[in-house]
Structure formats: structure tokens, C-alpha cells
Design a binder for this molecule. Structure first.
Ligand code: AMP
Length: 280
């Protein structure tokens, strides 16, 4: 696998690749890679001639300084994992390489998608995401980029950005990968203490039960039921649960049979914030 630290070296390599009309698949990540990431990468490899993965912990999308400082960074292990699946190229730039001396976000208008859910609780998060993903797209110029539905709101926001800015890249969403006990895989899971790790599968259990109730009970009743389950839980603290339209991400009021809905959740397991979602 080729490893690039600078934009110019990566671009040189990619300009050679592009000369032979090869399709480039791209998977942006923040590293601490797990099976969820690898599933995206393996899919990209199946569909493209060359696959580029980026590992970059993007400072501008963190609203919480401690979360950024403690975000797991395991580049050596990431390289081993990527080599084990024969990834073509890794782009692992420094913060300076991406932002020079100006670590700030651009401001985006995602037609209101940014004000829902994560946007309500993580100030500036999606401006940070938009900034880094747009920058990476401009460097890599991929044909297709792959994102996990684990971050469903992020996926919809990237699709919106591509549409609004006419970026020449296709965006594909891929399924959520879970541990055997149902916990959605996440780099942050490695930071959970044993006690919280054992408690965390409760999140997906409740999502599955809420899904069963949806259709029999009103969205409001299901939401209240979920809140009650977390109120009773001794360890996990619910930040939000909402049932929202997949396209607008607005909380459902009256169910429209032609729309698709999803339950979205954010939970604190101690000071680790976990998110998940399920299609209803
Ligand atoms: P991250 O490194 O957390 O920024 O994630 C990089 C990409 O991997 C994003 O598109 C995520 O949605 C995706 N991803 C993270 N965790 C999972 C998972 N458990 N299943 C599927 N995709 C995931």
C-alpha cells in the first residue's frame, strides 16, 4: 500500500492513476479502524479499480475539546489493517497539511438538515464535516465516495453538499456494522469501561423494540416509551431519541405512508457519546 502524508504526493500518484481512466473509490475516516470501516473499504475495492482511504482526525468537527484530545489514534495498526486487505493508498495528512495555520470551518447551508439531531447538540459539527469532506474531495477527486449509515445524518448532509456545490462525485451509503451483541461499531467503543461496554448493547435493543412499536403506537408514544426506558437505566443517559423522515430529517408528526422513517438516538455512556439509528 502506498502511504501519502502530503496533498502534492497523493495528487501526483492519482494523476498517473487517472491517465489510465481507472475509477477511484474513496473512503474518508478518522482512523482507529474497525470492521465497519473495513466493510466500506472492501466494498469500494469491489466497485473501483483503485481505492483511497484517508485517516484524519478533523479538529473542526469536534465541539468538545476533550473528545478531540481523547479520540483514539492508532495509525500503525490502521496501516496493518489496510495492508491486510490490500488497500491501494492511504492519505494520512497532518492538521497543518490540511489547514495550514487556519484551523476553522467554512459555513455551509444544507437546507436545514444541519439543524436536526446532531446539529442541535454539536455546535458547528456539520460545518466541520462539510469543510473536511469537500477539501478531501478536491484533493482526491474520487469517482465514488462511501459513507456509513451509522452516521446517517452525515450521509444525507454530504449528499446535499455534493448536489448544491455540483461536486463531480457519487455518494454511496452503506449498512451499519455491529458487534455480535448489537452495539454499532465505533472507534469510540474502545474508550468504554468494561461496565459501560456491557451496558451499551441496550441502545440497539431499545431501537429494535421501538421499531416494533412504530406502526402500532404513535411516533410520540414510541418516543416517550424510549425516554422512559433510559430514565430507568442506571448507567446510560439519553441525549435524544427522535423518529425522523429519512429525507428531511425532521421529526415525524403525522405519519405519511410514502415517506421512510428512521429512529435516531444519542446516548452518553459515562462521558463517551454513542449514536445509532434504525430504519423503521
Ligand atoms: P469515522 O472514522 O467514525 O469518521 O467513520 C468513517 C466512515 O465509516 C463514516 O462514513 C462512518 O459512517 C463509517 N462507519 C463508522 N462506523 C461504522 C459502522 N459501525 N458501520 C458502518 N459504517 C461505519
Amino acid at each position: 500500500m502506498k502511504i501519502f502524508k502530503t496533498k502534492s504526493d497523493l495528487k501526483k500518484y492519482l494523476s498517473e492513476v487517472k491517465k489510465t481512466h481507472k475509477s477511484i473509490g474513496f473512503v474518508p475516516t478518522m482512523g482507529a479502524l474497525h470492521e465497519g470501516h473495513l466493510s466500506l473499504i472492501k466494498h469500494a475495492q469491489k466497485k473501483n479499480n483503485v481505492t483511497v482511504v484517508s485517516v484524519f482526525v478533523n479538529p473542526t468537527q469536534f465541539d468538545n475539546k476533550e473528545d478531540l484530545e481523547k479520540y483514539p489514534q492508532t495509525l500503525e495498526n490502521d496501516v496493518k489493517l489496510l495492508e491486510s486487505i490490500n488497500c491501494d493508498a492511504l492519505f494520512a495528512p497532518s492538521v497543518k497539511e490540511i489547514y495550514e495555520d487556519n484551523i476553522t470551518s467554512d459555513t455551509f447551508n444544507f437546507d436545514g438538515l444541519e439543524y436536526q439531531m446532531e446539529g442541535k447538540f454539536r455546535e458547528g459539527h456539520f460545518d466541520g464535516v462539510g469543510t473536511i469532506v469537500k477539501t478531501l474531495f478536491e484533493i482526491v477527486e474520487p469517482d465514488v465516495a462511501y459513507f456509513g449509515k451509522k452516521d446517517f445524518q452525515q450521509l444525507q448532509i454530504i449528499k446535499k453538499m455534493v448536489e448544491k456545490h455540483n461536486l463531480p462525485v457519487k455518494i454511496k451509503g452503506r449498512p451499519i456494522f455491529r458487534e455480535e451483541d448489537g452495539l454499532a461499531m465505533s472507534s469510540r467503543n474502545t474508550r468504554l469501561t468494561k461496565e459501560y461496554r456491557e451496558a451499551a448493547p441496550f441502545i440497539y435493543k431499545i431501537l429494535k423494540k421501538a421499531k416494533k412499536k412504530f406502526g402500532i403506537k404513535s411516533a410520540n408514544d414510541v418516543t416517550e416509551w424510549v425516554k422512559k426506558q433510559f430514565n430507568k437505566h442506571p448507567l446510560l443517559e439519553l441525549e435524544y431519541f427522535t423518529i425522523a423522515d429519512e429525507e428531511t430529517l425532521e421529526t415525524v408528526d403525522v405519519i405519511n405512508l410514502s415517506a421512510d422513517y428512521r429512529g435516531f438516538i444519542a446516548v452518553f455512556a459515562g462521558d463517551i457519546r454513542l449514536i445509532d439509528n434504525i430504519r423503521f
